[in-house]
Design a protein around this ligand. Sequence first.
Ligand SMILES: Nc1ncnc2c1ncn2[C@@H]1O[C@H](COP(=O)(O)OP(=O)(O)OP(=O)(O)O)[C@@H](O)[C@H]1O
Length: 228
Amino acid sequence: MSNNIVLECHALSKQYQDGKQVVDVFRSIDLSVNKGEACAIVGASGSGKTTLLNLLAGLDLATTGEVKLAQVSWSSMSDSKRAKMRNREMGFVYQFHHLLAEFSALENVLMPMWIAGMNKQEAKLRGEELLAQVGLKDRFNHRPSQLSGGERQRVAIARALANRPACVLMDEPTGNLDETTSLEIQNLINELKVTYNMAFLLVTHDEKMLSWMDSAYRLSKGTLQSLK
Ligand SMILES: Nc1ncnc2c1ncn2[C@@H]1O[C@H](COP(=O)(O)OP(=O)(O)OP(=O)(O)O)[C@@H](O)[C@H]1O
């Protein structure tokens, strides 16, 4: 096994019990994402993309199979170890930014570093550096309501990178943006991927995004097909 693998799953399956019926979302999925790799999963609505992301993030338990982050299986960890690991080693970006409305852009970026117990001065320096990197040098003290949709998503990306995670998971990160802003965000993700040598795993409906991804898969009828 390569040491460059950051996130991997083996023989992963998920079933939901819906009343008396069993819903088979997917079965026997294998996937691995390396350092510095941007990987996309595309699929129609209802194909199971969010379910898969939640399993990869250790937020939900698989019916069978296992998920490993940095070579450690989620199922081998206690709830508190899982929460700590998620805070330190994973960043999350969603379609809707989920920034805290009453805090400034900088404070939103600082939050995961404070939770991780980082020294306040060091956290502030890193937060300012990250906001500058995502093009928001002059927006440190703005609240989310004072920012555009694209700027809010940039803050969400800076926040996701705050603890220098091994892997950033993104659920439709450009789903709520116009085409130009979406392209700017795609370029930014590409730049950050190189700068930090992190793994980015992104789920999307938008097949146009596949052109700049290193690898891509389609989730359909419960299986994952490699597209590139
Ligand atoms: N808690 C649950 N109980 C029962 N069925 C569920 C549950 N959560 C999801 N499902 C079903 O699992 C399937 C996959 O759902 P999921 O939300 O993962 O799809 P998705 O590809 O992310 O869809 P979208 O793109 O619309 O968000 C759907 O058929 C959904 O109805």
